[in-house]
Design a protein around this ligand. Structure first.
Ligand code: GDP
Length: 445
Protein backbone atom coordinates (compact mmCIF):
# COMPACT_ATOMS: atom_id res chain seq x y z
CA UNK A 1 0.00 0.00 0.00
CA UNK A 2 1.32 3.44 -0.96
CA UNK A 3 4.83 2.14 -1.54
CA UNK A 4 5.88 4.24 -4.47
CA UNK A 5 4.25 7.37 -3.09
CA UNK A 6 5.90 6.72 0.22
CA UNK A 7 9.30 6.29 -1.44
CA UNK A 8 8.92 9.50 -3.36
CA UNK A 9 7.86 11.56 -0.38
CA UNK A 10 10.49 9.89 1.74
CA UNK A 11 13.15 11.13 -0.66
CA UNK A 12 11.86 14.69 -0.54
CA UNK A 13 11.68 14.77 3.23
CA UNK A 14 15.00 13.05 3.73
CA UNK A 15 16.62 15.94 1.93
CA UNK A 16 14.61 18.50 3.86
CA UNK A 17 15.33 17.05 7.27
CA UNK A 18 19.02 16.81 6.50
CA UNK A 19 19.24 20.51 5.77
CA UNK A 20 19.88 22.69 8.78
CA UNK A 21 18.16 25.91 7.79
CA UNK A 22 15.32 26.14 5.30
CA UNK A 23 14.41 29.07 3.13
CA UNK A 24 10.97 29.58 1.69
CA UNK A 25 12.42 28.57 -1.66
CA UNK A 26 13.52 25.23 -0.22
CA UNK A 27 10.00 24.61 1.01
CA UNK A 28 8.45 25.67 -2.27
CA UNK A 29 10.79 23.41 -4.24
CA UNK A 30 10.00 20.50 -1.95
CA UNK A 31 6.30 21.15 -2.33
CA UNK A 32 6.62 21.05 -6.09
CA UNK A 33 7.98 17.52 -5.75
CA UNK A 34 5.25 16.58 -3.29
CA UNK A 35 2.69 17.83 -5.75
CA UNK A 36 4.09 15.71 -8.56
CA UNK A 37 4.34 12.65 -6.33
CA UNK A 38 0.68 12.98 -5.35
CA UNK A 39 -0.42 13.46 -8.95
CA UNK A 40 1.57 10.41 -10.00
CA UNK A 41 -0.18 8.47 -7.25
CA UNK A 42 -3.42 9.38 -9.02
CA UNK A 43 -4.69 11.79 -6.41
CA UNK A 44 -7.16 14.13 -8.03
CA UNK A 45 -5.84 17.52 -9.10
CA UNK A 46 -8.12 19.76 -7.01
CA UNK A 47 -7.26 17.72 -3.93
CA UNK A 48 -3.55 18.00 -4.65
CA UNK A 49 -3.84 21.72 -5.18
CA UNK A 50 -5.61 22.45 -1.95
CA UNK A 51 -3.30 20.11 -0.08
CA UNK A 52 -0.14 21.75 -1.37
CA UNK A 53 -1.57 25.20 -0.76
CA UNK A 54 -2.42 24.37 2.84
CA UNK A 55 0.97 22.85 3.56
CA UNK A 56 2.91 25.63 1.88
CA UNK A 57 1.05 28.30 3.80
CA UNK A 58 1.89 26.67 7.09
CA UNK A 59 5.40 25.56 6.23
CA UNK A 60 6.73 28.86 4.96
CA UNK A 61 5.78 30.70 8.12
CA UNK A 62 8.61 32.16 10.18
CA UNK A 63 7.84 29.74 12.99
CA UNK A 64 9.01 26.92 10.75
CA UNK A 65 11.88 28.38 8.78
CA UNK A 66 13.36 29.90 11.92
CA UNK A 67 12.87 26.82 14.05
CA UNK A 68 15.79 24.65 14.96
CA UNK A 69 14.69 21.65 12.93
CA UNK A 70 12.61 23.10 10.10
CA UNK A 71 12.73 19.95 7.98
CA UNK A 72 11.13 17.90 10.69
CA UNK A 73 8.56 20.60 11.27
CA UNK A 74 7.61 20.45 7.61
CA UNK A 75 7.23 16.68 7.81
CA UNK A 76 4.94 17.18 10.76
CA UNK A 77 2.83 19.74 8.90
CA UNK A 78 2.49 17.43 5.90
CA UNK A 79 1.58 14.62 8.21
CA UNK A 80 -1.14 16.63 9.93
CA UNK A 81 -2.55 17.82 6.60
CA UNK A 82 -2.60 14.26 5.30
CA UNK A 83 -4.63 13.22 8.29
CA UNK A 84 -7.03 16.10 7.75
CA UNK A 85 -7.36 15.10 4.10
CA UNK A 86 -7.93 11.43 4.89
CA UNK A 87 -10.25 11.84 7.81
CA UNK A 88 -12.19 15.02 7.35
CA UNK A 89 -13.78 16.74 10.27
CA UNK A 90 -16.45 14.48 11.56
CA UNK A 91 -15.41 10.93 10.82
CA UNK A 92 -17.50 8.52 12.85
CA UNK A 93 -15.56 6.15 15.05
CA UNK A 94 -17.73 3.09 14.77
CA UNK A 95 -20.57 1.71 12.70
CA UNK A 96 -24.04 2.76 13.82
CA UNK A 97 -25.43 -0.61 14.66
CA UNK A 98 -26.71 -0.03 18.16
CA UNK A 99 -30.42 -0.69 17.64
CA UNK A 100 -31.00 -4.35 16.78
CA UNK A 101 -31.59 -5.61 14.24
CA UNK A 102 -29.46 -2.92 12.55
CA UNK A 103 -29.49 -3.14 8.76
CA UNK A 104 -26.27 -2.61 6.81
CA UNK A 105 -26.61 -2.19 3.08
CA UNK A 106 -23.59 -3.24 1.02
CA UNK A 107 -23.41 -1.66 -2.42
CA UNK A 108 -20.87 -1.53 -5.23
CA UNK A 109 -19.96 -2.67 -8.69
CA UNK A 110 -19.51 -6.29 -9.61
CA UNK A 111 -16.01 -7.52 -8.95
CA UNK A 112 -15.22 -4.76 -6.47
CA UNK A 113 -14.98 -7.31 -3.67
CA UNK A 114 -18.44 -6.62 -2.26
CA UNK A 115 -19.38 -10.16 -1.31
CA UNK A 116 -15.95 -10.86 0.16
CA UNK A 117 -16.09 -7.63 2.13
CA UNK A 118 -19.58 -8.38 3.37
CA UNK A 119 -18.35 -11.65 4.81
CA UNK A 120 -15.18 -10.09 6.23
CA UNK A 121 -17.18 -7.42 7.98
CA UNK A 122 -19.67 -9.96 9.31
CA UNK A 123 -16.81 -11.93 10.73
CA UNK A 124 -15.41 -8.84 12.36
CA UNK A 125 -18.74 -7.89 13.89
CA UNK A 126 -19.14 -11.39 15.19
CA UNK A 127 -15.66 -11.82 16.61
CA UNK A 128 -14.78 -8.36 17.80
CA UNK A 129 -18.11 -6.86 18.64
CA UNK A 130 -19.82 -10.08 19.65
CA UNK A 131 -22.75 -9.34 17.37
CA UNK A 132 -25.15 -11.92 15.97
CA UNK A 133 -25.17 -11.27 12.27
CA UNK A 134 -27.47 -12.45 9.50
CA UNK A 135 -26.29 -12.23 5.90
CA UNK A 136 -28.49 -12.10 2.82
CA UNK A 137 -27.50 -11.97 -0.83
CA UNK A 138 -29.77 -9.97 -3.10
CA UNK A 139 -27.90 -10.79 -6.28
CA UNK A 140 -30.73 -12.64 -7.99
CA UNK A 141 -29.07 -12.27 -11.39
CA UNK A 142 -26.12 -14.33 -10.30
CA UNK A 143 -27.02 -17.48 -8.40
CA UNK A 144 -23.31 -18.15 -8.05
CA UNK A 145 -22.91 -14.94 -6.07
CA UNK A 146 -25.69 -15.98 -3.70
CA UNK A 147 -24.05 -19.34 -3.27
CA UNK A 148 -20.68 -17.65 -2.67
CA UNK A 149 -22.09 -15.70 0.27
CA UNK A 150 -23.62 -18.87 1.72
CA UNK A 151 -20.25 -20.61 1.48
CA UNK A 152 -18.41 -17.72 3.09
CA UNK A 153 -21.07 -17.58 5.81
CA UNK A 154 -20.48 -21.22 6.67
CA UNK A 155 -16.76 -20.64 6.64
CA UNK A 156 -16.93 -17.81 9.18
CA UNK A 157 -19.78 -19.26 11.22
CA UNK A 158 -22.32 -16.57 10.37
CA UNK A 159 -25.90 -17.37 9.36
CA UNK A 160 -27.10 -16.63 5.87
CA UNK A 161 -30.70 -16.25 4.85
CA UNK A 162 -31.79 -19.45 3.05
CA UNK A 163 -31.94 -18.97 -0.71
CA UNK A 164 -35.41 -19.16 -2.23
CA UNK A 165 -35.14 -19.59 -6.00
CA UNK A 166 -37.10 -17.05 -8.03
CA UNK A 167 -37.48 -14.51 -5.25
CA UNK A 168 -36.70 -10.91 -6.18
CA UNK A 169 -34.35 -8.54 -4.37
CA UNK A 170 -37.08 -6.63 -2.57
CA UNK A 171 -38.72 -9.78 -1.29
CA UNK A 172 -35.37 -11.02 -0.05
CA UNK A 173 -34.77 -7.74 1.76
CA UNK A 174 -38.15 -7.98 3.47
CA UNK A 175 -37.57 -11.58 4.45
CA UNK A 176 -34.12 -10.74 5.82
CA UNK A 177 -35.57 -7.94 7.93
CA UNK A 178 -38.26 -10.19 9.30
CA UNK A 179 -35.89 -13.05 9.95
CA UNK A 180 -33.45 -10.70 11.70
CA UNK A 181 -36.16 -9.49 14.08
CA UNK A 182 -37.63 -12.90 14.75
CA UNK A 183 -34.28 -14.54 15.10
CA UNK A 184 -32.93 -11.95 17.53
CA UNK A 185 -30.03 -10.84 15.35
CA UNK A 186 -28.10 -7.68 16.20
CA UNK A 187 -27.24 -6.88 12.60
CA UNK A 188 -28.38 -7.96 9.17
CA UNK A 189 -26.33 -7.25 6.10
CA UNK A 190 -27.77 -7.02 2.62
CA UNK A 191 -25.30 -7.83 -0.15
CA UNK A 192 -26.94 -6.09 -3.10
CA UNK A 193 -26.46 -7.01 -6.74
CA UNK A 194 -23.55 -5.48 -8.55
CA UNK A 195 -23.25 -4.57 -12.22
CA UNK A 196 -20.21 -4.04 -14.32
CA UNK A 197 -21.13 -0.39 -14.73
CA UNK A 198 -23.46 1.94 -13.00
CA UNK A 199 -26.83 1.79 -14.71
CA UNK A 200 -30.27 3.05 -13.90
CA UNK A 201 -31.80 -0.38 -13.29
CA UNK A 202 -29.16 -1.13 -10.70
CA UNK A 203 -29.66 2.17 -8.94
CA UNK A 204 -33.44 1.77 -8.96
CA UNK A 205 -33.16 -1.61 -7.36
CA UNK A 206 -30.73 -0.43 -4.71
CA UNK A 207 -33.00 2.52 -3.93
CA UNK A 208 -36.00 0.25 -3.47
CA UNK A 209 -34.07 -2.06 -1.23
CA UNK A 210 -32.84 0.91 0.74
CA UNK A 211 -36.40 2.11 1.28
CA UNK A 212 -37.45 -1.29 2.55
CA UNK A 213 -34.51 -1.83 4.85
CA UNK A 214 -33.91 1.76 5.98
CA UNK A 215 -30.24 0.94 6.59
CA UNK A 216 -28.26 2.41 9.47
CA UNK A 217 -25.16 2.17 7.30
CA UNK A 218 -24.83 2.01 3.54
CA UNK A 219 -21.31 0.93 2.79
CA UNK A 220 -19.97 1.28 -0.69
CA UNK A 221 -17.30 -1.20 -1.69
CA UNK A 222 -14.86 0.06 -4.32
CA UNK A 223 -11.73 -1.38 -5.81
CA UNK A 224 -8.81 0.69 -4.54
CA UNK A 225 -6.72 -0.28 -7.56
CA UNK A 226 -8.97 1.67 -9.87
CA UNK A 227 -7.75 5.03 -8.57
CA UNK A 228 -9.80 7.98 -9.76
CA UNK A 229 -12.48 5.65 -11.10
CA UNK A 230 -13.12 4.47 -7.57
CA UNK A 231 -13.72 8.05 -6.55
CA UNK A 232 -16.07 8.64 -9.49
CA UNK A 233 -18.03 5.50 -8.68
CA UNK A 234 -18.36 6.69 -5.10
CA UNK A 235 -19.61 10.09 -6.19
CA UNK A 236 -22.29 8.50 -8.38
CA UNK A 237 -23.43 5.96 -5.84
CA UNK A 238 -23.65 8.63 -3.20
CA UNK A 239 -25.72 10.88 -5.42
CA UNK A 240 -28.14 8.06 -6.26
CA UNK A 241 -28.46 6.02 -3.09
CA UNK A 242 -26.60 7.96 -0.40
CA UNK A 243 -23.68 6.14 1.18
CA UNK A 244 -22.52 6.50 4.77
CA UNK A 245 -19.05 5.10 4.26
CA UNK A 246 -16.62 3.55 1.83
CA UNK A 247 -14.64 0.33 1.92
CA UNK A 248 -11.56 0.33 -0.30
CA UNK A 249 -10.53 -3.14 -1.35
CA UNK A 250 -7.29 -4.50 -2.81
CA UNK A 251 -5.21 -2.09 -0.84
CA UNK A 252 -2.75 -4.97 -0.47
CA UNK A 253 -1.87 -4.50 -4.13
CA UNK A 254 0.67 -2.10 -5.49
CA UNK A 255 -1.96 0.43 -6.47
CA UNK A 256 -0.97 4.02 -6.42
CA UNK A 257 -3.16 4.87 -3.50
CA UNK A 258 -4.73 7.95 -5.01
CA UNK A 259 -8.25 6.67 -4.38
CA UNK A 260 -7.65 6.56 -0.67
CA UNK A 261 -6.27 10.07 -0.68
CA UNK A 262 -8.95 11.69 -2.81
CA UNK A 263 -11.97 9.81 -1.54
CA UNK A 264 -12.80 11.88 1.46
CA UNK A 265 -11.99 15.24 -0.07
CA UNK A 266 -13.94 14.60 -3.28
CA UNK A 267 -16.95 12.67 -2.03
CA UNK A 268 -17.12 13.89 1.55
CA UNK A 269 -17.58 10.27 2.57
CA UNK A 270 -15.27 8.65 5.07
CA UNK A 271 -13.34 5.50 4.27
CA UNK A 272 -14.34 3.10 7.00
CA UNK A 273 -12.38 -0.02 6.16
CA UNK A 274 -9.68 -1.20 3.81
CA UNK A 275 -9.43 -4.69 2.35
CA UNK A 276 -5.93 -6.09 2.41
CA UNK A 277 -6.28 -9.50 0.84
CA UNK A 278 -8.60 -12.33 -0.05
CA UNK A 279 -8.66 -13.98 3.35
CA UNK A 280 -11.50 -13.40 5.76
CA UNK A 281 -9.34 -11.59 8.29
CA UNK A 282 -7.84 -9.20 5.72
CA UNK A 283 -9.93 -6.19 6.70
CA UNK A 284 -8.68 -3.22 8.69
CA UNK A 285 -10.43 -0.18 10.03
CA UNK A 286 -9.26 2.87 8.18
CA UNK A 287 -7.13 4.82 10.61
CA UNK A 288 -6.11 8.16 9.12
CA UNK A 289 -3.16 8.55 11.44
CA UNK A 290 -1.76 5.15 10.72
CA UNK A 291 -2.22 5.60 6.99
CA UNK A 292 -0.58 9.03 7.04
CA UNK A 293 2.31 7.46 8.92
CA UNK A 294 2.61 4.76 6.29
CA UNK A 295 2.48 7.22 3.45
CA UNK A 296 5.16 9.38 4.95
CA UNK A 297 7.19 6.39 6.02
CA UNK A 298 9.13 8.57 8.40
CA UNK A 299 9.24 6.15 11.29
CA UNK A 300 7.74 8.16 14.00
CA UNK A 301 9.68 11.33 13.52
CA UNK A 302 6.36 13.06 13.81
CA UNK A 303 5.67 11.71 17.25
CA UNK A 304 9.23 12.52 18.18
CA UNK A 305 8.82 16.11 17.05
CA UNK A 306 5.64 16.41 19.06
CA UNK A 307 7.26 15.11 22.18
CA UNK A 308 10.46 17.00 21.70
CA UNK A 309 8.53 20.19 21.13
CA UNK A 310 6.83 19.73 24.41
CA UNK A 311 10.10 19.50 26.26
CA UNK A 312 12.01 21.94 24.07
CA UNK A 313 14.67 19.40 23.28
CA UNK A 314 14.51 19.71 19.54
CA UNK A 315 17.98 21.04 19.16
CA UNK A 316 19.60 18.28 21.07
CA UNK A 317 17.51 15.57 19.46
CA UNK A 318 18.34 16.97 16.06
CA UNK A 319 22.06 17.02 16.76
CA UNK A 320 21.90 13.49 17.99
CA UNK A 321 19.92 12.30 15.03
CA UNK A 322 22.53 13.76 12.74
CA UNK A 323 25.33 11.98 14.53
CA UNK A 324 23.36 8.76 14.59
CA UNK A 325 22.73 9.05 10.89
CA UNK A 326 26.48 9.09 10.44
CA UNK A 327 26.83 6.02 12.65
CA UNK A 328 28.47 7.91 15.51
CA UNK A 329 27.71 7.16 19.12
CA UNK A 330 30.13 7.98 21.92
CA UNK A 331 29.70 8.55 25.66
CA UNK A 332 28.43 12.09 25.09
CA UNK A 333 25.69 10.71 22.91
CA UNK A 334 24.88 8.09 25.46
CA UNK A 335 24.70 10.74 28.16
CA UNK A 336 22.49 12.87 25.96
CA UNK A 337 20.21 9.91 25.41
CA UNK A 338 20.09 9.08 29.08
CA UNK A 339 19.26 12.65 30.01
CA UNK A 340 16.64 12.82 27.34
CA UNK A 341 15.12 9.67 28.69
CA UNK A 342 14.93 11.09 32.15
CA UNK A 343 13.09 14.12 30.83
CA UNK A 344 10.80 12.36 28.46
CA UNK A 345 9.81 9.58 30.72
CA UNK A 346 11.53 6.37 29.99
CA UNK A 347 13.48 4.45 27.50
CA UNK A 348 10.80 2.89 25.38
CA UNK A 349 8.91 6.06 24.87
CA UNK A 350 11.73 7.90 23.15
CA UNK A 351 13.86 5.24 21.57
CA UNK A 352 10.96 3.29 20.25
CA UNK A 353 10.05 6.33 18.23
CA UNK A 354 13.27 6.90 16.39
CA UNK A 355 13.86 5.03 13.18
CA UNK A 356 16.15 2.11 13.81
CA UNK A 357 16.04 2.37 17.56
CA UNK A 358 13.32 -0.03 18.50
CA UNK A 359 16.00 -2.65 18.80
CA UNK A 360 18.21 -0.49 20.95
CA UNK A 361 15.40 0.13 23.34
CA UNK A 362 15.08 -3.60 23.71
CA UNK A 363 18.82 -3.97 24.31
CA UNK A 364 18.70 -1.31 26.97
CA UNK A 365 15.72 -2.91 28.57
CA UNK A 366 17.50 -6.24 28.58
CA UNK A 367 20.42 -4.49 30.27
CA UNK A 368 18.00 -3.54 33.03
CA UNK A 369 17.88 0.21 32.58
CA UNK A 370 15.51 2.08 34.81
CA UNK A 371 15.48 5.56 36.27
CA UNK A 372 17.77 4.84 39.18
CA UNK A 373 20.12 3.09 36.82
CA UNK A 374 20.04 6.04 34.46
CA UNK A 375 21.15 8.39 37.24
CA UNK A 376 24.04 6.09 38.13
CA UNK A 377 25.12 5.81 34.54
CA UNK A 378 25.10 9.55 34.06
CA UNK A 379 27.24 9.85 37.19
CA UNK A 380 29.75 7.42 35.68
CA UNK A 381 29.90 9.33 32.42
CA UNK A 382 30.33 12.60 34.30
CA UNK A 383 33.31 11.08 36.04
CA UNK A 384 35.12 10.65 32.71
CA UNK A 385 37.34 13.26 31.12
CA UNK A 386 36.24 15.01 27.97
CA UNK A 387 38.64 12.93 25.92
CA UNK A 388 37.41 9.70 27.42
CA UNK A 389 33.83 10.58 26.70
CA UNK A 390 34.61 11.30 23.08
CA UNK A 391 36.62 8.13 22.72
CA UNK A 392 35.65 5.39 25.16
CA UNK A 393 38.26 3.07 23.64
CA UNK A 394 40.81 4.91 25.76
CA UNK A 395 39.48 3.30 28.90
CA UNK A 396 42.10 0.90 30.20
CA UNK A 397 42.15 -0.65 33.67
CA UNK A 398 43.62 2.30 35.57
CA UNK A 399 41.30 4.82 33.98
CA UNK A 400 38.38 2.57 34.70
CA UNK A 401 39.29 2.35 38.37
CA UNK A 402 39.58 6.12 38.61
CA UNK A 403 36.23 6.72 36.91
CA UNK A 404 34.36 4.14 38.94
CA UNK A 405 35.83 5.42 42.20
CA UNK A 406 34.98 8.98 41.19
CA UNK A 407 31.35 8.03 40.82
CA UNK A 408 31.38 5.88 43.93
CA UNK A 409 30.76 2.68 42.02
CA UNK A 410 32.71 -0.39 41.06
CA UNK A 411 34.37 -1.24 37.79
CA UNK A 412 31.86 -3.96 36.97
CA UNK A 413 29.17 -1.36 36.70
CA UNK A 414 31.32 0.77 34.45
CA UNK A 415 32.01 -2.25 32.26
CA UNK A 416 28.28 -2.73 31.81
CA UNK A 417 27.95 0.85 30.71
CA UNK A 418 30.81 0.46 28.26
CA UNK A 419 29.25 -2.65 26.83
CA UNK A 420 25.97 -0.86 26.34
CA UNK A 421 27.64 2.07 24.62
CA UNK A 422 29.51 -0.32 22.37
CA UNK A 423 26.35 -2.19 21.43
CA UNK A 424 24.57 1.04 20.66
CA UNK A 425 27.51 2.30 18.62
CA UNK A 426 27.46 -0.94 16.64
CA UNK A 427 23.73 -0.62 16.06
CA UNK A 428 24.19 2.97 14.89
CA UNK A 429 26.85 1.90 12.43
CA UNK A 430 24.61 -0.77 11.03
CA UNK A 431 21.61 1.51 10.89
CA UNK A 432 23.54 4.25 9.13
CA UNK A 433 24.70 1.79 6.49
CA UNK A 434 21.18 0.70 5.74
CA UNK A 435 18.93 2.70 3.49
CA UNK A 436 15.97 4.47 4.93
CA UNK A 437 13.59 1.68 4.04
CA UNK A 438 15.59 -0.91 5.88
CA UNK A 439 15.92 1.43 8.80
CA UNK A 440 12.20 1.72 9.05
CA UNK A 441 11.63 -1.95 8.83
CA UNK A 442 14.05 -2.38 11.68
CA UNK A 443 12.28 0.30 13.67
CA UNK A 444 8.99 -1.43 13.22
CA UNK A 445 10.17 -4.76 14.49
P1 GDP B 1 -18.07 -8.85 -5.89
O1 GDP B 1 -18.40 -9.23 -7.31
O2 GDP B 1 -17.98 -7.38 -5.74
O3 GDP B 1 -18.95 -9.48 -4.89
O4 GDP B 1 -16.57 -9.35 -5.66
P2 GDP B 1 -16.04 -10.59 -4.83
O5 GDP B 1 -16.29 -10.40 -3.40
O6 GDP B 1 -16.53 -11.85 -5.45
O7 GDP B 1 -14.47 -10.41 -5.07
C1 GDP B 1 -13.86 -10.53 -6.33
C2 GDP B 1 -12.44 -11.03 -6.15
O8 GDP B 1 -11.66 -10.06 -5.46
C3 GDP B 1 -12.37 -12.28 -5.32
O9 GDP B 1 -11.43 -13.14 -5.89
C4 GDP B 1 -11.86 -11.79 -3.96
O10 GDP B 1 -11.14 -12.78 -3.28
C5 GDP B 1 -11.00 -10.64 -4.36
N1 GDP B 1 -10.86 -9.64 -3.29
C6 GDP B 1 -11.83 -9.02 -2.57
N2 GDP B 1 -11.31 -8.14 -1.70
C7 GDP B 1 -9.96 -8.19 -1.86
C8 GDP B 1 -8.85 -7.49 -1.24
O11 GDP B 1 -9.00 -6.63 -0.36
N3 GDP B 1 -7.60 -7.82 -1.68
C9 GDP B 1 -7.41 -8.75 -2.66
N4 GDP B 1 -6.16 -9.01 -3.04
N5 GDP B 1 -8.42 -9.40 -3.25
C10 GDP B 1 -9.67 -9.14 -2.87
Amino acid sequence: MFESLSDRLGGVFDRLTRQGALTEDDVTAAMREVRQALLDADVSLPVVRSFVRAVTAKATGAAVTKSISPGQQVVKIVHDELIAMLRGEDAPETLRIDTPPAPILMVGLQGSGKTTTTAKLARRLKERDRKRVLLASLDTNRPAAMEQLAILGRQIGVDTLPIVPGENALAIARRAKQQASLGGYDVYMLDTAGRLHIDQALMDEVQQVRDVANPRETLLVVDGLTGQDAVNVATEFDAKVGVTGVVLTRMDGDGRGGAALSMRAVTGKPIRFVGLGEKMDALETFDAERIAGRILGMGDIVALVEKAQATLEIEQAERMMKRFAKGLFNMNDLRGQLEQMQKMGGMQSIMGMMPGMGKMAKQAEAAGIDDRMIRRQIALINSMTKKERANPDLLQASRKRRIAAGAGMDVAELNKLLKMQKQMADTMKKVSKMGKGAMLKQAMR
